[in-house]
Design a binder for this molecule. Structure first.
Ligand SMILES: [Zn+2]
Length: 364
């Protein structure tokens, strides 16, 4: 009888088996050279008609990198120093070295983690990938470490085949502090993960834990968990570290890079670190913070940055998010803990185009 039952279960699972309809393709570009101002030559790559999104990952020996220019095969300029229709004052340029890129139709940020730079396209729901040759330029910050200078550029293109997207899967890796991680403070990682996964489930995005392990190390004195973000080999998912060390200014979580550097042929240098040392936060609160950090890892900006330059508010490029307090229930609101955070439909479009998320339909 038990055998019969288990056969029925297997059959039921098989008949409902979904098919992955997205795929990724990695393009490696070599020979990046920089002029005295740190600007590269124009580089190109080709995408097919099935492409729906791509991520540019830069890894080298300079301090940091920025995608300073991006142009579509149709001649649309999506990232530049001087985005069309935007007036940038001298003061603003001095205050923010990449202000033009921040205000571009597809916003671009210098890499946060040493030696890196990333860009997701599209990071706005209004923009689309077009088929053909894309052009871009990289800016390097800091001096070259030596000769020859090393800069690896990987472009991961996401393609979508036939079928209707029914749901998406986000691969994750979880790492727990050996001392018990969250439990000594009464924090339960299962509840934290469940709370974050609820927020994504509302968009049809399911977490899939690929692997779980423990760690012993403490984070470094400068509070940036760089060594964690550097050690992992798997780059096909988001690494989440459940630690127990207090972070400055009552911060609960830190993530590296926006978007995180993923789908690379090298250690990922990315991840999210969460701490249990926040006594006044419930497991659900920490889960919401985890959702926010995963949002950054997947390429979403805050709905608005409170003080960008000259006390102005900078909104994200997504059509259905709002400025300031109006969107305080949004997951990507900068600094709040709200009971039922949500993503908008526009943010969901960006998330689903990220190469890290696998898309499935429900047919056989
Ligand atoms: Zn944030």
């Amino acid at each position: 009888m038990p055998l019969f039952l288990s056969l029925v279960v297997i059959f039921a699972t098989l008949s409902a088996q979904a098919k992955e309809i997205s795929s990724t393709r990695a393009l490696y570009l070599s020979d990046t050279k920089f002029d005295a101002a740190g600007e590269s030559q124009i580089k190109t790559f080709k995408v097919s008609k099935n492409a729906i999104g791509f991520q540019i990952n830069i890894l080298g020996d300079r301090d940091s990198y920025l995608v300073s220019y991006l142009e579509s095969p149709k001649g649309e300029v999506f990232v530049s120093d001087e985005p069309q229709g935007v007036v940038i004052s001298k003061v603003e340029r001095e205050k923010e070295p990449a202000v033009g890129q921040m205000l571009s139709p597809n916003r671009s940020l210098p890499g946060i983690f040493h030696g890196t730079g990333t860009l997701l396209f599209p990071n706005s729901d209004n923009l689309k990938v077009s088929m053909g040759d894309w052009k871009f330029r990289i800016r390097a910050f800091g001096k070259p470490a030596g000769e020859p200078e090393i800069t690896n550029v990987t472009i991961v293109v996401k393609e979508l085949g036939d079928g209707e997207v029914a749901y998406a899967v986000l691969p994750i890796y979880t790492h727990f502090k050996i001392s018990g991680g969250f439990s000594p403070e009464g924090k339960n990682t299962t509840e934290v993960l469940a709370s974050a996964s609820e927020v994504f489930k509302a968009l049809g995005i399911r977490f899939k834990v690929q692997k779980s392990d423990n760690f012993e190390e403490d984070i470094s004195a400068n509070y940036f968990p760089e060594k964690f973000f550097r050690k992992e080999k798997e780059s096909d998912g988001i690494h989440i570290y459940f630690g127990d060390q207090q972070l400055p200014n009552s911060i609960c979580g830190i993530s590296a890079n926006l978007p995180g550097m993923t789908l690379m042929n090298s250690p990922v240098r990315t991840g999210v670190y969460l701490t249990s040392k926040v006594p006044d936060h419930s497991n659900q609160d920490i889960g919401h913070i985890l959702s926010h950090e995963i949002g950054h890892q997947l390429g979403l900006f805050h709905v608005s940055e409170r003080y960008f330059v000259n006390e102005t508010v900078l909104k994200d490029n997504i059509s259905d998010t709002h400025k300031g307090n109006e969107d305080r229930f949004n997951v990507m609101y900068p600094d709040t803990l709200m009971p039922e955070p949500h993503f908008t439909a526009g943010q969901a479009i960006v998330l689903l185009k990220n190469p890290l998320l696998k898309l499935f339909d429900n047919s056989n």
